[in-house]
Design a protein around this ligand. Structure first.
Ligand code: 6PG
Length: 252
């Protein structure tokens, strides 16, 4: 693994996708161990899409093999965003995480906090904000500060379901909102910048040659006037770590 740092972030570059998944899994396990030692609780937000699958597989395999197990009974699992589909739909981020990881580890079902998209996007976002507050118990007037938020990045620079030129980018108060995404012709439910940036640790994971161009924009800057959503991820007090693979790093 090689590391580059600048004023924007620390970027760990792993040789390939498997090494990337292993490094990310190790980071999650380390964050869990520290949080549980300090507060007997670990609040974790999972990202969706395809990149996390290999990470979730490793976490499930290492639990089964009793390799540095996470104390899952002390973990509260959240989702950084969700598609507005049923929980058993092939595109559901919850379904993906449940099939690969959450059905294979002893996390109490009461601690797996699914975004209830069946309520409709706005009500689901409002309900999720209440759940976050009840679990994280932030100080009055503060947003929840999750221990670790996993994020991925799309080739358009989106993260979670904060897509370019969508209304959720302007949200500065709420933790979770419904976001209409014209390019997908659908609503999503998503964490907002304020909630993400309140996290103690943000772990951005992105791999593959197709992400190289956008990673250069996000990590090195670009001449465009519009900032990409992934550029707006700047923790207010926590740590931001990027993990990418060599194919994704070729333009840095
Ligand atoms: C989602 C994700 C989204 C994802 C990026 C990258 O619901 O799709 O939360 O933000 O992280 O689109 O997806 P890949 O990992 O599949 O490239």
């Amino acid at each position: 693994m090689r590391t580059i740092s600048n004023d924007r972030a620390t970027v760990h570059i792993l040789p390939d996708s498997l090494a990337l998944a292993q490094a990310a899994a190790n980071t999650i396990k380390r964050a869990a161990r520290i949080a549980i030692e300090e507060r007997q609780k670990f609040t974790l937000a999972l990202s969706g899409g395809s990149t996390p699958k290999a990470i979730f597989q490793l976490l499930a395999q290492e639990h089964a093999a009793d390799v540095e197990r996470i104390e899952w009974d002390k973990v509260h699992v959240f989702f950084g965003d969700e598609r507005c589909v049923p929980a058993d739909h092939p595109e559901s981020n919850f379904r993906m995480a449940h099939e690969i990881l959450l059905s294979k580890v002893p996390a109490p079902s009461a601690n797996i906090h699914r975004i209830h998209t069946e309520l409709g996007p706005v009500a689901a976002a409002q309900a999720y904000e209440k759940t976050l507050n009840s679990v994280c118990r932030p100080d009055r007037g503060q947003l929840p500060s999750l221990d670790l938020v996993m994020l991925g990045m799309g080739t358009d620079g989106h993260t979670a379901s904060l897509f370019p030129e969508t209304g959720a980018l302007d949200e500065r108060q709420s933790s979770v909102v419904a976001n209409w995404v014209p390019k997908l012709n659908t609503h999503r439910v998503t964490f907002t910048y304020p909630l993400i940036n309140s996290a103690k640790e943000i772990l951005f994971i992105s791999g593959g040659a197709e992400k190289a161009g956008m990673l250069r924009n996000v990590l090195r800057g670009h001449s465009g006037t519009t900032r990409y959503p992934s550029e707006e991820i700047r923790p207010t007090g926590g740590k931001l770590v990027w993990m990418i693979d060599e194919p994704a790093s070729t333009l840095l």
